[in-house]
Design a protein around this ligand. Sequence first.
Ligand code: UD1
Length: 435
Amino acid sequence: MTKSKFLIKGLGGKKSLRGVIGVNGAKNAALKLMAASILFKDEVVLKNIPDIEDIRHTADLLDKLGFTVKREGKRTYKIKPTKHINYELSSETAKRLRASIVLTGPVLARLGKVKFPHPGGCVIGKRPIDLFLDGFKKMGARVADKNGSYVISTQSGKLNGAEIFLRVPSVTGTETFMMAGVLAKGTTIIKNAAMEPEITHLAEFLVSSGAKISGAGTPTITIKGGGLLSQKKPHTAMPDRIEAGSFLILGALVAKDLLIKDCNPNHLEILIDALRSSGVKIDTEKNSIRVRSSKNDYKPMDIKTHEYPGFPTDLQAPMTVFLTQATGESFVFETIFEGRLNYTESLVRMGAEIKMMDPHRIIVKGPSPLHGKVLESPDLRAGLAFVVAAIVASGDSIVHNVRNIDRGYERVEERLREIGVDIARVEAEEERAGL
Ligand code: UD1
């Protein structure tokens, strides 16, 4: 694995970006569509799958479970079960990917057994899996901890439908139980379910392939269990709302005229509303968002992250960069993850005036001119926020640990360059060669 860094020449607040930037398929939808292929009796064709590391890890997990995974072109995957599917998630790969947890539901539902390690992923505070273990128990499974791995098994080889109340509306939890319910005996009801668009999208895919699911996109989802699914036609992953939202924030800060295409503005209502009320000029069409430069006298605001349709925690870091440029005092309350404000120390080094009240709350005073610095991307969302901050800043920045950004965003620098950002990727090898 090569180590990359981004070299970014900041615009010093100049609003000069212009052109069109495209949004790729959603990582958080694509991963679940791939996991869902475990529920099928024959081949599944998935399109618009982003070419990113988390997807390659998921493909590897499926391959090791006994699925044939073929990639056609850059973004189409064909996934097909072989005769021998096994119940063990590759420990090495699963540990690198938090979303590996969503494979446990379909594997357990199909085989009656699953073995997996505690999943890895972004370092954004504690990421427990108690809700998953409790839900599986409700569905009649036994949970054992063997040498650091979880082994979950059913006596009859089948999960039973159950009523599962989620203490917190976990996104991957909702998706996992929705998929598990598809092959369970009887009816599964998920209460206090998460309502993210990726969940509705997954449900639509499953229903179009024969599953009986109602209520996805509401707090109560009902799944009537049945047999293995069969795909009628190739399925295209929905656009990435977090990528689109990050580009919109970047545009609000430094674009003269930017068109964000291939996205769904309906999934970004809260961000668009917040930016408009701050003074940003935004026009939306069915599949695109246009942002034009206005006088940089943006109003401050209070942001509280919340489950969908509230403000997405995955856009909290880029939004905080925006708030450093608004005039006055803003307040950011991160309610979903602990430790997801630690990156603000780096923004302070760049010149931002941010005061941390406690691990969940900050006060941002703006506008503060930002200055280029050497930054270390701590996780994929804060990593992209650093790229945004470096573009806004004056002078040069280096963003290390680009691998974290690559986990979620496909060659983002190429797309940014197209709209006028001075950004280069430098690989460690090139550096050694003196480039
Ligand atoms: C998903 C998204 C991630 C996003 C997050 C919140 C994927 C692959 N990732 O993550 O990008 O930031 O939703 O929108 O879709 N929790 C428990 N016990 C559990 C599971 C979760 O207490 O067993 C808590 C978490 O600590 C957190 C909250 O529930 O405080 C919400 O997390 P969750 O919705 O599960 O996040 P993910 O599904 O991991």
